[in-house]
Design a protein around this ligand. Structure first.
Ligand code: UD1
Ligand code: CA
Length: 457
C-alpha cells in the first residue's frame, strides 16, 4: 500500500522504568524498544517515519541516524500526545495520505496488524481509525466510548472518566490511522482543559464525530500486540513474548530448539535447518549459523558466522569469530574477535583465541592461549601452549607453518615464526625463529641427585 506515513511518539521519559536510559532505548531481543514499532511501520509500507523524541533525544536520534526513512522530530516539552503529533506538521508538510500514529513503547505490534488497520480504515473512508483491545484489567488506559449503534463516539482518559466509563474494558491502544488532511487541519483545535492539562491526541475522535466524519474502532485480534511497556516487569514480559516468536519461527523453519523457554536468540540471528540448540544458549546478532550444527547447553555466541556441521560444546563463549565447516569448539572455550577457524579445526577445553587464524585440520585441544597468531594447516598445538603476544607496550604476531607440531607447555615469544613441518619440544620457550623441518628444544638439562631425600631425613 502507498501514501502511508508514520508518526511514532517517543518523547516521554518513562518514569516508571526508574532508569538512566531513555525508556525507548531499553533493549528487547537485541535492539532498542523503539526499533520494533519503527520496523512494524516500515513493514506496513510507511515512509517517511517521523519519530518524536524529547527525553534523551540525542541518544535516541543517534541510534536511528542510519535509517534513511526515519526523521526525528524534537518535542522540547512534553505537553501531551496531541502536541507531540502537532510537532510533526513540518516534517509531513508535503505528505498527503494515511498517517499511522504509534508509540515507541509498543514493541510487540506487528506490521501485518497495521496493514489490516489501514485496509479497514480505507475501506470505510474513515477519518480516524483506532486500534483497541478488550482487557480484563483496563486500568490506566483511555476507554473507548461507543454510541447506541456501537459506533466509536469518543475516547476518555482514565483520569477524566466517570465510574461508569471506567468500567468499560475496551481500551485505546494508542495506535491510530488518520487521514493527513483531517489530522493537520484539526490538531490545532485540541485544548488542554483536562485532568492532566495535556493536549490529548484522543480528542480528535470527538472532533471527527462532531463533524460527521467516519471514526472506527478496530479491536486487535491479539491484545498482547498493543501492550505498552511502562516498567521493567512489562519489559521482561514483552521480551518473553518476542523470544517465543523468534524461537517459534526458527523451529518452523527447521531448527531444533530443545527448550524454547530457556533459549535466548536475538533479532538479527539466522540459523539454518537441522541445527540443534540446547538450553540456556544466548545467541546475539548479527550471527549466522549454518545447517546441521550442534550448540550445546550454556553457549554464548555474538557476531559470529558459523558454517555447516560445527559442534560448539557447553560453556563456550564466541565473539565476532568466523568458523568454517565441521569445526569443534569447547567445552569452556573462548573465541574472541578476529578468530577465523578453517574446516575441521578443533579447539578444546580452556582454549582462548584472539585474532587467531587457524588452517584446515589444525588442533589446539587443551589449556592454550593463541593471540595474534597465524597458524597453518594440520598443526598440533600442545596442551598449555601460550603465544606471548604482548610485551607490555605492543602486540606482536606469531606465525606457525603447516604441519608443525608444538609440544606441551611451549611459550612462543612473539614476534616469532615457526617454519613448516618443524617440531617444538615440550617445555620450550621459543624466542628465535625456528627453521622449517627442524627440532627446537630449549630446556634446562635435568639433574637427578640419587638418594637426596634419604640424606635429608
Ligand atoms: C495514551 C492515550 C491513552 C491510551 C494509552 C495507550 C492519550 C491522551 N492517551 O495514554 O488513551 O490508552 O496511550 O498506551 O493519548 N508522548 C510524547 N510526547 C508527549 C506525551 C507522550 O512523545 O508529550 C509519547 C510517550 O513517550 C509515549 C506515548 O506518547 O510513547 C504515550 O504517552 P503516555 O504519556 O504514555 O500516554 P498515556 O497516558 O499512556
Ligand atoms: Ca503509556
Amino acid at each position: 500500500m502507498d501514501h502511508i506515513a508514520a508518526v511514532i511518539l517517543s518523547a516521554g521519559k518513562g518514569t516508571r522504568m526508574k532508569s538512566g536510559l531513555a525508556k525507548v532505548l531499553h533493549p528487547l531481543a537485541g535492539r532498542p524498544m523503539a526499533a520494533w514499532p519503527v520496523e512494524a511501520a516500515r513493514d506496513a509500507g510507511a515512509t517517511p517515519i517521523a519519530l518524536v523524541i524529547g527525553h534523551q533525544a540525542e541518544a535516541v536520534a543517534a541510534y536511528f541516524r542510519d535509517n534513511r526513512d526515519v526523521r526525528t522530530v524534537l518535542q522540547e516539552e512534553q505537553l501531551g500526545t496531541g502536541h507531540a503529533v502537532a510537532c510533526c506538521r513540518e516534517q509531513l508538510a508535503g505528505f498527503n495520505g494515511t498517517v499511522l500514529i504509534l508509540c515507541g513503547d509498543t514493541p510487540l505490534l506487528r506490521g501485518e496488524t497495521l496493514t489490516a488497520l489501514i485496509r479497514s480504515h480505507r475501506s470505510h473512508d474513515a477519518a480516524v481509525t483506532v486500534l483497541t483491545a478488550v482487557l480484563d484489567d483496563p486500568d490506566g488506559y483511555g476507554r473507548v466510548l461507543r454510541d447506541e449503534a456501537g459506533k466509536l463516539a469518543a475516547i476518555v482518559e482514565q483520569k477524566d472518566a466517570t465510574a461508569a466509563e471506567r468500567a468499560i474494558r475496551e481500551i485505546n491502544s494508542g495506535i491510530y490511522c488518520m487521514e493527513s488532511g483531517f489530522l493537520f487541519e484539526n490538531i490545532g483545535k485540541i485544548g488542554n482543559a483536562n485532568a492532566q492539562n495535556e493536549f490529548y491526541l484522543t480528542d480528535l475522535v470527538a472532533i471527527a464525530v462532531a463533524k460527521g466524519l467516519t471514526c472506527l474502532a478496530m479491536p486487535a485480534d491479539d491484545s498482547d500486540e498493543v501492550m505498552g511497556i511502562n516498567d521493567r516487569v512489562q519489559l521482561a514480559e514483552a521480551a518473553g513474548i518476542l523470544r517465543r516468536r523468534i524461537n517459534r519461527d526458527l523451529m518452523l523453519s527447521g531448527v531444533t530448539i530443545i527448550d524454547p523457554e530457556h533459549t535466548y536468540i536475538d533479532h538479527g540471528v539466522t540459523i539454518a535447518p537441522d541445527t540443534v540448540i540446547h538450553p540456556n544458549c544466548h545467541i546475539n546478532g548479527p550471527t549466522a549459523i549454518g545447517p546441521s550444527c550442534t550448540i550445546d547447553a550454556g553457549v554464548s555466541i555474538s557476531g559470529c558466522r558459523i558454517g555447516t556441521g560445527c559442534h560448539i560444546k557447553s560453556g563456550s563463549v564466541l565473539e565476532d569469530a568466523e568458523l568454517h565447516d565441521d569445526v569443534s569448539v569447547g567445552p569452556m572455550a573462548h573465541l574472541r574477535p578476529g578468530t577465523v577457524l578453517a574446516n575441521h579445526v578443533k579447539i578444546g577445553n580452556f582454549v582462548e583465541t584472539k585474532k587467531a587464524v587457524m588452517g584446515e585440520g589444525s588442533k589446539a585441544s587443551h589449556l592454550t592461549y593463541l593471540g595474534d597468531a597465524e597458524i597453518g594447516r594440520d598443526v598440533n598445538i600442545g596442551c598449555g601452549t601460550i603465544t606471548c603476544n604482548y610485551d607490555g607496550v605492543a602486540k606482536h604476531r606469531t606465525v606457525i607453518g603447516d604441519n608443525v607440531f608444538i609440544g606441551s607447555d611451549v611459550q612462543l615469544v612473539a614476534p616469532v615464526t615457526v617454519g613448516r613441518n618443524a617440531l617444538v619440544a615440550a617445555g620450550t620457550t621459543v624466542t628465535v625463529d625456528v627453521p622449517p623441518d627442524s627440532l627446537a628444544i630449549a630446556r634446562v638439562p635435568q639433574v637427578n641427585k640419587e638418594g637426596w631425600r634419604l640424606r635429608k631425613k
